[in-house]
Write a protein of this length. Structure first.
Lengths: 381, 134
């Protein structure tokens, strides 16, 4: 297996862009990534890409050029971007190719995602009764976690406050106004204990990454950011997931636990070695629970971490340095690659006002989504 | 106008409110609702009492479709209730103030009004209410 590097990064700002399709936002990101790498679309030997609700990624050749390259569509829920990255990584690590592109983009309607029961093998009455609402699941997973591990509502507020504070310095973020604790805590309650400012919103955006072999990266003088691990995992027995009319009393693990430990094993390092992390923050509590699920602290210690600002930009483990999903919104197909984009920015030292202090050598990213899937990548400088 | 269940085979209202789960004929695993049309699952009555495992309040009207509740929306509580020795089930929570909900509180199955359908029938749904209260 040969080493694989990220040699070009591009992003279309997240949020709402009327007049541009999701695919066009993906093409925008691809052009930016190519320019960053100093390459042309015709140099791409392959592509992997996908969206959840903005169409097939391979039609991007109409935008970028009919070069005949092999392009694989990926559709893997919240792990779509991560899966495109894994496919690209394997295509190069195996020695089959030297350089290629991973693309993720999306464009969702406003408001909460509305899932239909049949798509999840559930009876119609389950949706009629008002249970097909993802925010309920996040709230109930969190409510129990807070009770078991002593997490306070103020900690939920601190996560959101940090997200909006960091996003002020991220050009690609959507919500870039600092928002204080009072506003966050007193905003409309959406699904107890989570208020409006503690939830991310469905959004739009596109991200592209150019990957290359070690040899190619050195030739181009772009061998700074290396992929040390990229894994996805599905759920184990007993994990608590969205849209569950019932579950076993005996509780089990979580897909994030599997993905995280596999990634650390692949990279040959541990949580204590990570300098910056992007963790799935569908809502404030998700970031808190994922701090522990990814091994960065023990259950309950987040209370102390957040009170002391340890996940701030200047803390011992900065988390979601661009504001995460809370500030960027969640275009499902692009979200995981945004995290990797942000980690590449941090490793190159180009974060500006949101740049992590000191030398950043390792960067961790984590996505999680329905129906119980998680993806983790570890980058190293 | 008459009272009808939101779906057949999910619960009984009389003689006592009862949820109908499914038991796997080989492994003994219990699920809810009972999978339809599958020979490996047999219908089984679930315990009527349990404890609150987690909860939240649905504060905005879910999107329709699929939601079929009243247009005039009132926030409602939902939760997971652990039925000892059987399963944890998701349900509406009834007859309880939102600020009185506490993980671990004893709960008991009830059947409550959900909506009025196009034919004027009262649609009823299973829910859990605090045990021992009205």
């Amino acid at each position: 297996m040969q080493g694989v590097y990220i040699i070009g990064i591009g992003i279309h700002p997240f949020g709402r862009t009327d007049g541009l399709s999701g695919l066009q936002q993906g093409a925008y990101a691809a052009r930016q990534a190519l320019a960053d790498a100093g390459l042309e679309w015709a140099d791409m030997q392959f592509g992997f890409g996908g969206s959840d609700s903005a169409g097939n990624a391979d039609t991007i050749v109409n935008e970028l050029g009919l070069t005949g390259l092999p392009f694989i569509n990926v559709k893997n829920g919240c792990a779509t971007g991560g899966s495109a990255l894994i496919g690209s990584w394997q295509a190069i690590a195996s020695g089959q190719h030297d350089v290629g592109i991973a693309i993720g983009f999306d464009k969702h309607p406003r408001g909460a995602f509305n899932a239909m029961p049949a798509e999840y093998n559930l009876p119609d009455w389950y949706g009629e009764a008002g249970f097909m609402v993802t925010t309920q699941f996040f709230a109930m997973k969190l409510q129990r976690y807070m009770a078991l591990h002593g997490i306070s509502p103020a900690s939920l507020g601190r996560v959101a406050e940090k997200a909006f504070r960091n996003a002020v310095h991220a050009d690609h973020a959507w919500r870039r106004s600092p928002t204080d604790m009072d506003t966050i805590m007193n905003s409309q309650m959406v699904s107890d204990p989570l208020t409006k400012y503690m939830f991310c919103s469905p959004a739009e955006g596109g991200v592209a990454l150019i990957l290359a072999s070690a040899k190619k990266a050195r030739e181009l003088g772009r061998d700074q950011v290396r992929i040390k691990a990229a894994v996805i995992r599905t759920r184990p027995p007993g994990s608590f997931e969205v849209f569950a009319p019932s579950m076993d009393i005996e509780r089990g693990g979580a897909p994030t636990l599997l993905a995280s430990s596999a990634a650390f094993e692949m990279a040959g390092i541990g949580p204590e070695d990570i300098d910056v992390a992007q963790l799935q923050d569908t809502e404030s509590g998700a970031e808190i629970m994922h701090m522990a699920e990814n091994g960065f602290c023990r259950d309950g210690e987040q209370e102390e971490w957040l009170a002391n600002g340890w996940t701030n930009i200047d803390g011992k483990l900065p988390v979601n340095t661009d504001g995460g999903c809370l500030a960027c919104g969640e275009p499902i197909g692009a979200s995981g690659l945004r995290q990797v984009y942000e980690n590449a920015v941090q490793l190159r030292g180009l974060g500006g006002g949101r740049q992590v202090r000191g030398t950043v050598r390792t960067a961790y990213s984590h996505v999680y989504g329905a129906p119980g899937i998680s993806g983790v990548t570890i980058l190293e400088r | 106008m008459s009272a009808i269940a939101i779906a057949d085979g999910v619960f009984r209202e009389k003689p006592e409110p009862t949820l109908i789960g499914g038991r796997h004929r080989e492994s003994g695993r219990i699920v809810f609702p009972c999978p339809e049309g599958k020979a490996l699952w047999e219908a089984v009555d679930l315990p009527r009492q349990g404890t609150l495992w987690s909860w939240t309040v649905q504060r905005f009207r879910p999107k329709s479709p699929p939601y079929a509740g009243p247009e005039d929306f009132e926030p409602f509580a939902i939760g997971y209730v652990e039925l000892p020795g059987a399963i944890i089930v998701e349900a509406r929570l009834a007859n309880v103030a939102f600020d009185a909900l506490t993980i671990g509180m004893p709960m008991q199955l009830a059947v409550v009004p959900f909506s009025i359908d196009a034919n004027g029938n009262e649609v009823r749904i299973y829910a859990f209410a605090p045990a021992g209260g009205e």
